[in-house]
Ligand binder design. Structure first.
Ligand SMILES: Nc1nc2c(c(=O)[nH]1)N[C@H]1C(S)=C(S)[C@@H](COP(=O)(O)OP(=O)(O)OC[C@H]3O[C@@H](n4cnc5c(=O)[nH]c(N)nc54)[C@H](O)[C@@H]3O)O[C@H]1N2
Ligand SMILES: Nc1nc2c(c(=O)[nH]1)N[C@H]1C(S)=C(S)[C@@H](COP(=O)(O)OP(=O)(O)OC[C@H]3O[C@@H](n4cnc5c(=O)[nH]c(N)nc54)[C@H](O)[C@@H]3O)O[C@H]1N2
Ligand code: SF4
Ligand SMILES: [Mo]
Length: 798
């Protein structure tokens, strides 16, 4: 009998943003189970594994897994489901020949390369770095994407706090007296963060959940506040109005750390300046005083919070006074009408939010409406007004990722061997990709996907079929046959994280952790290095792909990032192999928060709840704008009177866990549509009967389930099921696509301009991802209707 041994693995389910490294236990060449990692010292609280992580050890042995390259049978249509098994050599020869032809005839940019590694463990691993490298030396078009999916918080953080990455350690929650969970479901969707939330609540925090569906977090919370879909911006602004009208603001914080006292020219909306300096009103001298840009601390003793002044002949007001005026129309009564939260509750919550010393605002990404940019800024505003920013237990945590001190590896020279300036890759906005690819002059002839499942996740899914139909070559590299793979010409099987070596960098929990193969992959499964080296050598790019995985990892470790570079002895692959994980040189306290210390990279150096750069768009202060497509409750005139919500399933990880019958069983066995019993009665629908949910883009047919936890006006289908699980259609046909030209607006375009002007680049500085900002992900902003399904092909266009 052989002994058990273990290696560390990036959890296959880590696209939930919990980024756990897990312990994989092996015996006799087989994985026997997965466990949580036991950290020591200051990280002892971090080890975690949830039901998805526990079940993930079954995946390598799943009979549905791809284990050999597939080629669509000659003469059959895309999506026809007829495959021929071929060898890797044949696949590489044929794909390379097509890429070469396209490169010669139409230029390399006629090849679009899709790498959305967010959910692919470990997101910033070799799978991503090497894909970027290939695109860079080949010259492929990169419809920049990645974090563009989860955009609202990135927008608000950019304007309010100066950086697009709202990253922080959820341990900052400990010590909060009040936790406001806003438009998110951490108890089911961010389970490692949920663990911290449970401890924070045990330590005395009251948890208020502002949500739509009565989900797991609603059940856990001390109070659930159900808001109308997409109305949160109004709610936050009405709360802010209550705070300022009742003088409940944190004046000390506002004067020291925000632009509240900064003077604004009433006519232009621009800050008052002398030279580069900003002006505030000095109450001691009774005159304007100059504050240099990027000033973290307020240099004068008595800046005016409020008032109108004339400086150098120009009428100006403090940003705070403009805010007070701006908020005045957001009354409790008006808010009650729009949000469906009664005015007494709004007032009580606002007061509690303001007078409680330590408040932690937690939002993930559940406010996916076209108005989300303003909405997240309104939530930031409330936190800034009350000084709940940047302290232990008193902080704002948007986008809901679990992260400790970042780990920056030496990736830039690997993924951009020609330098950022010299890269041959053509980064374009994803929106531009869809517009061009959908036009009659579509410039793209090939689509290669090495990470993501775009046909499922970038709705409306029918659009993809039309785009692919114009291409000569579609390749999918995955571990399952997904909705994207089904439409491809070639489907190539990757190894699972259990089978490949990498560095687990997002899940670092202040450590550098080595992912070692626990088992050998099936013969037909190959790493991305194999795939790309095979293509590169056939395309005359072999010199760029001449290393083994281990050699690449050795290079990645040669980082100048101080927490790693200062380690003694030096961190090499050899050392990492011996120790498996090594703690970085970072302090045990404070826990990481980008906003800790409030040294902000905004132009003023302050929290900019007043965004001068948006003044000409009338958007310097957050506004409420109505949702785009989702109907307002009770809008009987709408062609599609329901809001379609396709939020997350606790036992699925997006589309990644749908192939295990246990996960499927835990998720209800089959997909169904949930509706409030009152709506079902109005529509004359019965529990358990077959229904069609439809809109102008497409439809889906499922069983109906009546459920009080779904508010009236909403239709809910859990996210994650594959198209083939449905009798007809799929919800992805109906969902409003990200980067829909109808959703992009002046505000999102301005964001892109401001971000590039502030030194932003398409590829992030550490170059782990390409970045799409400047679009709204508006999944929940989708209107639909429902009817009994009689089998007639209604709602489904040809
Ligand atoms: N198990 C599991 N976990 C996951 C994922 C997964 O697929 N499976 N996916 C991961 C990813 S990529 C992401 S981005 C995150 C997303 O994490 P979340 O943002 O937490 O997930 P959602 O399910 O989109 O939405 C959460 C809640 O938002 C609420 N909501 C919807 N509309 C509104 C509204 O207008 N106002 C308010 N106040 N609330 C509203 C709903 O009640 C819903 O339960 O989850 C991650 N975690
Ligand atoms: N209707 C609807 N649409 C949505 C959302 C929603 O809630 N509802 N959520 C949106 C959000 S927030 C996000 S982040 C996106 C997610 O969009 P994607 O990231 O495109 O979605 P995933 O299903 O996580 O795709 C990951 C793919 O990687 C594959 N994979 C897993 N492990 C490996 C591996 O080791 N190697 C390789 N090569 N492949 C692997 C999986 O099988 C899967 O096909 O979806 C968005 N779209
Ligand atoms: S919380 Fe997420 S990353 Fe952690 S074990 Fe569960 S599925 Fe894996
Ligand atoms: Mo996401």
């Amino acid at each position: 009998m052989s002994q058990e041994s273990f290696v560390y693995t990036a959890c296959p389910g880590w696209g939930d943003h919990d980024y756990c490294a897990i312990k994989t236990i092996v015996k006799d060449g087989k994985i026997v189970r997965t466990e949580k990692v036991s950290y020591e010292g200051p990280e002892a609280v971090y080890g975690h594994i949830c039901q998805k992580g526990i079940l993930s050890c079954r995946q390598p042995y799943n009979p549905n897994r791809l284990v050999q390259p597939l080629k669509r049978k000659e003469g059959t249509p895309r999506g026809g489901g007829e495959w021929e098994k071929i060898s890797w050599d044949q696949a590489l020869d044929e794909i390379a020949a097509k890429l070469d032809l396209i490169r010669n005839e139409s230029g390399p940019e006629a090849v679009a390369w899709w790498s959305l590694p967010a959910a692919l463990p470990p997101s910033m691993g070799l799978e991503n770095v090497l894909a970027r490298r290939f695109a860079a030396v080949f010259g492929a078009t990169d419809p920049v994407n990645s974090i563009g999916l989860d955009n609202g918080p990135l927008f608000s953080h950019f304007y309010d706090f100066g950086s697009c990455m709202p990253s922080m350690d959820s341990e900052r929650m400990i010590g909060a007296e009040l936790i406001v969970v806003w438009g998110s479901n951490p108890i089911e969707n961010q389970m490692r963060i949920a663990m911290t939330m449970v401890r924070a609540r045990e330590a005395g925090a009251r948890v208020v959940d502002i949500g739509l569906i009565f989900d797991g977090t609603a059940g856990f919370a001390d109070e659930f506040v159900g808001a109308a879909a997409g109305s949160d911006g109004y709610l936050a602004l009405a709360m802010a109005n209550y705070v300022v009208s009742n003088e409940l603001q944190n004046t000390e914080f506002l004067l020291a750390h925000s632009v509240a006292p900064y003077l604004v020219d009433v006519a232009t909306g621009k800050h008052m300046r002398r030279g580069d300096d900003y002006l505030v009103w000095d109450e001691e001298s009774g005159a304007a005083a100059a504050i240099p840009p990027k000033t973290a601390a307020m240099p004068i003793a008595k800046p005016a919070l409020k008032g109108e002044f004339t400086v150098d002949g120009v009428v100006c007001k403090t940003a705070y006074t403009l805010l007070e005026e701006h908020l005045a129309p957001y009354t409790l009564e008006a808010a009650a009408g729009i949000t469906r939260v009664d005015s007494a509750t709004i007032a009580r919550l606002a007061r509690e939010f303001a007078i409680t010393k330590n408040v932690y605002t937690f939002a993930a990404l559940g406010l996916r409406y076209k108005n989300q940019g303003h909405t997240y800024r309104a939530i930031d505003l409330l936190a800034i007004l009350c000084g709940h920013v940047g302290e232990q237990g008193n902080a704002i945590h948007l986008a809901g990722t679990a992260s400790c001190y970042p780990l920056v590896l030496n990736d830039a020279p690997i993924s951009q061997p020609l330098g950022l300036a010299g890269t041959k890759a053509v980064p374009i906005k994803m929106e531009t990709f869809f517009i061009d690819a959908s036009s009659p002059d579509n410039p793209y002839r090939a689509f290669i996907k090495t990470a993501g499942n775009p046909v499922h996740q970038q709705p409306d899914s029918k659009r993809w079929k039309a785009i692919f139909d114009k291409m000569d070559l579609v390749v999918d590299f995955d571990i399952w046959l997904t909705d994207t793979g089904e439409l491809a010409d070639y489907v190539l099987p990757d190894c699972m994280p259990f089978e490949r070596m990498d560095i687990i960098n997002m899940a670092n929990y202040n450590h550098v952790t080595l992912q070692e193969p626990a088992i050998d992959p099936p013969d037909g499964c190959k790493t991305i290095n194999y795939l790309l080296s095979g293509l590169a050598s056939r395309l005359g790019l072999g010199e760029y792909f001449d290393k083994t995985d281990e050699e690449w990892l050795e290079l990645r470790l040669q980082t100048t990032y101080p927490p790693v570079a200062t380690l003694e002895p030096k961190l090499t692959l050899e050392r990492l192999k011996k120790e498996k994980m090594v703690r970085m040189n970072v302090p045990a306290e404070p826990k990481f928060d980008m906003l800790a210390g409030l040294q902000l990279p905004t132009p003023t150096g302050k929290c900019e709840f007043y965004a001068e750069r948006l003044a000409d768009l009338g958007a310097a202060l957050p506004l409420y704008t109505p949702v785009w497509e989702s109907p307002v409750i009770g809008d009987i005139d709408s062609a599609y009177p329901f809001q379609l919500f396709t939020g997350r399933q606790r036992f699925f990880m997006q589309s990644m866990f749908t192939d295990d019958p246990i996960n499927v069983e835990l998720s209800g066995g089959e997909p169904y549509t949930r509706i409030n019993p009152a709506d079902a009665a109005t529509k004359g629908l019965q529990d358990g009967e077959k229904v069609e949910v439809f809109n102008g883009r497409g439809h889906v047919v499922t069983k109906l389930e009546l459920d009080e936890s779904v508010p009236q006006g909403t239709l809910h289908v859990w996210f994650g099921w594959r198209a083939r699980h449905f009798e007809e259609g799929t919800y992805s046909e109906m969902v409003t696509p990200i980067c829909n030209p109808g959703i992009a607006d002046e505000l999102s375009d301005r964001w892109m301009q401001d971000w590039l002007a502030a030194g932003g680049i398409y590829y992030s500085p550490a170059d782990f991802m390409s970045i799409e900002i400047a679009s709204w992900d508006a999944y929940w902003d989708s209107a639909a209707d429902i009817r009994k399904w009689d089998g007639a092909p209604t709602g489904k266009e040809a």
